[in-house]
Design a protein around this ligand. Structure first.
Ligand code: ZN
Length: 449
């Protein structure tokens, strides 16, 4: 009988701060062995020669919007998880602003069941907080739910928690990490009104970073940090966009000991406010993309460990929905397929080391959220792996975009490196442009008390 083992040999393994040429043996869903140099395959083992390729742990994207249920004209769990594996992403955490909003544990379990049927990548879902569902949050199982998402500002939908007493309760009592979207509503509203006086309803998109400005971010992040310190909450601040907020974060203790962590998204490291003139509402995201100086500071904050992880905030909308005036164009842009290629390009440009990319996109998300047995290339861990060809250029175009919405801010951009193969739990889900969705991803579990 065939063993189904796969030996990847002659590959450059990038893992836990080092890189070396060696072999990885996959057996079933798991990694069985990792060795430097050669390894003799068993006679019935499939051997894959990966000379010249890089082997990374699968990317864990802790912040995506896949729109299912309820908003599936934009995206769904099947289409976006296919795009994810094509981009080397093997696990994702999805956000609660679907229809209905994921504000009860029952609705959360319904999403988990949908994903079990449809998702090619491993998954977890955030519970959403509102002004009245504290009991749902308290009853969430820390071992099977990634966290609770709190919108400090109403980014989309009405899942805004605006009562300070409710925020205090959540920060005091949540048994699961609190992931916070931080933008101060009052500041945003005042900025919006000032712009409306000047421009009417047709505000130029270039004003977006002045409406959703650094002050709005800082004021809200500061409140979140203050509450987290008060209640010793496990707080994760999502999508940092400003230099100023770095002052709220600590890099003097190891990630595993931090109670307050933060993420940056690929687009805040790649683009700056000057790109609004070129890309228009396609780049309308919340928080807005700030100045080139903010972008530089965010990269420094990441390298200096004030920022812990890189995520995407993948948030697809149809092109015709985006082709609209300032207020009518929804916020969010699709990214999950292009985050790794874009970050690899930044490696090429000397902005970040490859081992640091792996730390921030693979290891750190696993540590940050205590994901069980993933995020590292280690024997006994799930075989979530990405083979990257560092010398295979590709240009992003309508022909190779897998998002249901069919467009990307990276269209016409050429990346120097490509994802060649992606394994999810030992299953070759993506192979040189071909997707095999015969085996679905698994629900993520968390090593928490
Ligand atoms: Zn988001």
């Amino acid at each position: 009988m065939k063993s189904n083992d796969i030996l990847i040999r002659n590959v450059t393994i990038v893992n836990e701060g080092t890189r070396f040429i060696g072999c990885v043996l996959i057996s079933g869903q798991l990694i069985k062995a990792v060795v430097e140099g050669e390894m003799q395959p068993a006679s019935d083992c499939e051997v894959m020669d990966a000379t010249g390729l890089l082997l990374l742990p699968g990317i864990i994207d802790c912040h995506v919007h896949f729109r299912e249920p309820g908003v599936i004209h934009k995206a769904d769990l099947s289409t976006e998880s296919r795009a994810a594996v094509a981009g080397g992403v093997t696990s994702f955490f999805e956000m609660p602003n679907t229809q209905p909003q994921t504000v009860t544990l029952e609705l959360l379990e319904q999403k988990m069941a949908l994903a079990a049927e449809k998702s090619l990548a491993n998954y977890s879902f955030f519970l959403g907080a509102n002004n009245s569902n504290i009991n749902e949050i308290i009853n969430a199982d820390p071992r099977t739910v990634c966290g609770v998402k709190v919108f400090f500002g109403a980014s989309t939908g009405n899942m805004l928690v605006d009562k300070i007493s409710t925020l205090e309760e959540i920060f005091k009592r949540s048994p699961i990490p609190v992931a916070a979207h931080c933008e101060d509503e009052a500041v945003v509203r005042a900025n919006t009104e000032a712009m409306r006086l000047k421009y009417g309803d047709d505000i130029p998109i270039e004003m977006h970073p002045l409406i959703r400005n650094a002050a709005a971010c800082y004021r809200s992040s500061e409140l979140a940090v203050t509450l987290a310190r008060k209640y010793n909450t496990r707080l994760h601040i999502t999508h940092l966009s400003t230099a100023a907020e770095l002052g709220l974060l600590d890099n003097t203790i190891p990630l595993a000991q931090k109670r307050i962590t933060a993420e940056v998204c690929t687009h805040y490291l790649w683009f700056c406010d000057e790109d609004y003139a070129r890309l228009g509402t396609k780049l309308k995201v919340n928080p807005a993309i700030k100045s080139a100086a903010d972008r530089t500071a965010l990269m420094q904050g990441l390298l200096g460990n004030k920022i812990d992880i890189i995520a995407t905030d993948h948030a697809p909308h149809l092109a015709e929905e985006k082709r609209n005036t300032y207020f009518k164009a929804p916020s969010g842009t699709p990214l999950v397929q292009h985050s790794l290629p874009a970050m690899l390009q930044m490696v090429r440009q000397g902005k970040i080391e490859l081992v640091t990319l792996v730390e921030k996109m693979c290891h750190a998300p696993a540590i940050c959220y205590n994901i069980e047995n993933r995020g590292f290339i280690r024997p006994g861990y799930f075989a979530d792996l990405v083979l990257v060809n560092p010398e295979h250029k590709f240009t992003v175009s309508k022909e190779n975009i897998l998002y249901k919405c069919g467009w990307s801010v990276f269209e016409a951009t050429t990346f120097d490196a490509s994802v060649e193969k992606t394994f999810v739990n030992g299953h070759l889900a993506f192979n040189n442009g071909t997707i095999n969705d015969s085996v679905k991803g698994l629900r993520l579990t968390f090593d928490r008390k």
